[in-house]
Design a protein around this ligand. Structure first.
Ligand SMILES: [Zn+2]
Length: 289
């Protein structure tokens, strides 16, 4: 049974790039007669807002993207995250890091300064996990074979930030395991996180997912569209137009006769072929659409 999901962070309104990820994961799930779950990535409570959450839900509804079951929330998994960190710690796989951002500013990978600090210090510290110097690989359904060595790419990565916020790779492997997610379709900006996730999944004996990373939308200057770019928040008054744009970017060519989001999505589900999604990690020319 295919179980997919869309997991927006609730720190701002959805932008066109998030709609693209929502539509791709929705179509892939529906084309597999699978479930499509919605999870609100609200672990960063300082940035998550109820307003942004309501706007995100309204945007999905306006675009006909209806999810299955109840909405899940990262804040509900907090105990599981702590248990996972405890498991890593009990196996001697973590250490406390007191390095400042400034100290690490010029480092491309974590240089291991605090690797022997196993006792909690009296100053704020993050928790990092020791990564092995071995190559991991996986097959991405869009990007093909991806391989890399975590030790070379980022070094010992953070699982708990100084502010006691669980890091994305740790949270997401627990979230996906708890809800039985089999397939992750998301933006290629998260491709870098996948090796860390696979390492955590195997270390914590969690369920592994298949991945498909769609290209992210960049502005013409190559800068990724982010939630800070409020100008690119989705206009809920033009859902058909927005969906048509998203479908074009996903390699489909919707006929102009559909004026209703549900009919348009039904058509797109029939036509969906992940092999038509452009390969590569970004789409640069969205301004022309
Ligand atoms: Zn350190």
């Amino acid at each position: 049974m295919y179980v997919g999901r869309f997991a927006p962070t609730t720190s701002g309104p959805l932008h066109l790039g998030s709609l693209l990820a929502a539509v791709a994961s929705y179509l892939d799930a529906r084309a597999h007669d699978g479930q499509w779950l919605l999870r609100l990535d609200d672990i960063d409570e300082q940035r998550a807002t109820a307003d942004a959450e309501q706007i995100a839900l309204a945007t999905l509804k306006h675009h006909g993207l209806s999810w299955d079951g109840l909405i899940s929330r990262q804040v509900h998994n907090r105990d599981r995250y702590w248990n996972a960190i405890d498991t890593l710690r009990s196996r001697g796989l973590t250490f406390y890091c007191t390095c400042s951002r400034k100290k690490l500013r010029n480092e491309s990978t974590y240089p291991g300064y605090c690797r022997t600090r196993h006792e909690k210090p009296n100053v704020p510290a993050s928790i990092r996990v020791l990564v092995p110097d071995i190559e991991f690989s996986f097959t991405d359904r869009i990007q093909g074979s991806v391989r890399g060595n975590l030790a070379d790419q980022e070094g010992d990565f953070i699982v708990l930030r100084k502010e006691s916020i669980v890091s994305y790779p740790l949270a997401v492997v627990i979230d996906d395991d708890v809800t039985g997610v089999t397939d992750v379709v998301r933006g290629a900006d998260l491709l870098e996180s996948t090796l860390a996730q696979i390492f955590l999944i195997r270390t914590l004996n969690l369920s592994e997912q298949r991945y498909a990373h769609i290209p992210v939308l960049n502005q013409r200057d190559g800068v990724k569209l982010s939630k800070r770019d409020r100008a690119f928040a989705i206009d809920n008054r033009t859902p058909v137009l927005n969906l048509v744009s998203a479908l074009h970017m996903l390699g489909l060519n919707p006929p102009s006769k559909y004026k209703d989001v549900h009919k348009l999505l039904a058509w797109a589900t029939e036509q969906w072929d992940i092999r038509s999604v452009p390969k590569g990690r970004s789409i640069l020319d969205f301004m022309s659409i």
